[in-house]
Design a binder for this molecule. Structure first.
Ligand SMILES: [Zn+2]
Length: 444
């Protein structure tokens, strides 16, 4: 197994030999130096951080642990402060990304990036994917690509120096067409959003894709169900690597290596913490909590202790690929998406995904929690690839009834489970809004 390309990149940044265990103290020293530069820049040039960091001895932290004395930045700050967060003049900004709101209220989140920051993102894309690509290979990109600085276009331009050709198909609205493309044309690599790639893989046209032709799949932007990784391995005969992509992190935070065992992180550019989601105190390695990120090389819109809302834990055991760098476990979904269903039980998308996507031919579903006469009610509608709808519905009901939190809540009378139905119309597809349980219950 090859060592993660990130290990080699970080060794290079630290002036160390890539074939040995890296000295983590030097990595932390490099991050501290970049952090202090970021703090000095932000507290001088960003009106928001000037206010946020006033009276703090921010520019001269003596250790990374001191960072925990500084306040968090929230998604609401991004929504409400907008341009006040910028650390450069607007003329230097090359790309503005507006994130659709998944809720019903509030302004949209906007992120701003300079050309240099986009170039660093592209360098990271190239780095993470280069072990899987040879000159002459073709890559099918199932990400938006209409705008020059869209994710699809940035990726395609980033990969050009590797001598590969990219076809940007955009987000998947016609899985049959994508499956046919993969069957008829020679693509060595597919990049896309998990459930959208799943809809391609489970389309009848996908049975014509020769096993072994696709050499790698990169999944990004949302939770990756294990069933998808297993199906890709079984049907296409290649690994599916999980990429930690998030617009706030200039699209990329880390990526798995061949071991498929957690993200190697973009540590020269980002400093990661895992904190208690309730009181914000730092957690020790191995404990699951909220991922908090500080940017180390960004000038356009620096982020200091940004609460991502994602749940994960640090993995400190050395990676099977040979790297001794700490990794972040696969994300366990969004904190706001762990919904109480009574009797001390919670439901989350990862839990439902891991259960329902084990059903062959199920390609997507929507779960809705509502309140009926004071009792929580869960109803699920499903999309299927083949015409075996009724059998699938029985299987969905059976699997949901067997899920421990649902079983407990139903037994104690705090949850009612409606019979699964087929989706009356196609579920919406999006590149920026993560799939979520629709919570129609009123706040208590
Ligand atoms: Zn590894």
């Amino acid at each position: 197994m090859q060592v993660s390309p990130l290990h080699i990149w970080i060794a290079d940044e630290l002036d160390q030999a890539a074939n040995t265990e890296l000295n983590l103290e030097s990595l932390r020293a490099l991050q501290l130096e970049r952090l202090n530069r970021t703090l000095a820049h932000a507290s001088t040039n960003s009106p928001f951080y000037k206010k946020q960091l006033q009276n703090k001895q921010t520019c001269s932290l003596t250790s990374l642990q001191d960072l925990t004395d500084l306040p968090f930045t929230s998604a609401d700050d991004l929504r409400q402060e907008g341009l006040q967060m910028l650390g450069v003049s607007q003329s230097v900004i090359e790309r503005v990304v507006t994130l659709e709101s998944s809720g019903t209220t509030g302004a949209a989140k906007r992120l701003y990036f300079t050309g240099e920051e986009l170039a660093r993102t592209q360098a990271f894309f190239r780095l993470g994917m280069c072990p899987y690509l040879d000159p002459g290979d073709r890559v099918l990109i199932l990400l938006p690509g209409e705008l020059p600085a869209s994710a699809g276009n940035l990726l395609a331009t980033a990969l050009r120096p590797l001598g590969v050709e990219c076809h940007i198909e955009g987000i998947v609205t016609d899985p049959g067409r994508c499956a046919a493309l993969l069957a008829e044309e020679n693509f060595a690599c597919v990049v896309g959003i998990p459930v959208q790639v799943l809809s391609v893989l489970r389309h009848p046209n996908a049975s014509r894709i020769a096993r072994g032709r696709i050499k790698s799949v990169f999944l990004t932007s949302d939770y990756v169900p294990s069933a998808l990784v297993d199906d890709i391995r079984r049907q296409w005969g290649c690994p599916a690597l999980n990429h930690y992509g998030m617009t706030e992190l200039a699209l990329t935070g880390g990526v798995e290596c061949q071991a498929l065992d957690g993200y190697h992180l973009r540590e020269p550019d980002l400093y990661f913490e895992v904190v208690d989601p309730v009181d914000g105190r730092p957690l020790t390695a191995g404990e699951t909590g909220e991922v908090v990120v500080t940017t180390l090389t960004r000038k356009g819109l620096p982020l200091i202790r940004y609460r991502t809302g994602d749940l994960a834990r640090f993995v400190v055991e050395p990676c099977p690929c040979g790297s001794n760098l700490p990794r972040l476990s696969k994300l366990q979904g969004r904190i706001a998406q762990h919904l109480n269903i009574g009797a001390g039980q919670q439901l989350s998308m990862p839990l439902l995904d891991e259960t329902l996507f084990l059903i062959p031919d199920l390609t997507n579903y929507q779960a809705v929690l509502s309140l009926e006469q004071g009792v929580n009610c869960l109803s699920v509608t499903v999309e299927t690839a083949a015409g075996s709808g009724l059998t699938i519905l029985q299987e969905v009901d059976r699997r949901l009834q067997e899920l421990a939190p649902i079983r407990t809540a139903v037994a104690t009378g705090t949850l009612r489970l409606a019979a699964a139905r087929l989706c009356p119309k196609p579920l919406p597809v999006s590149a920026t809004v993560k799939r979520s349980i629709v919570d129609q219950r009123k706040d208590p």
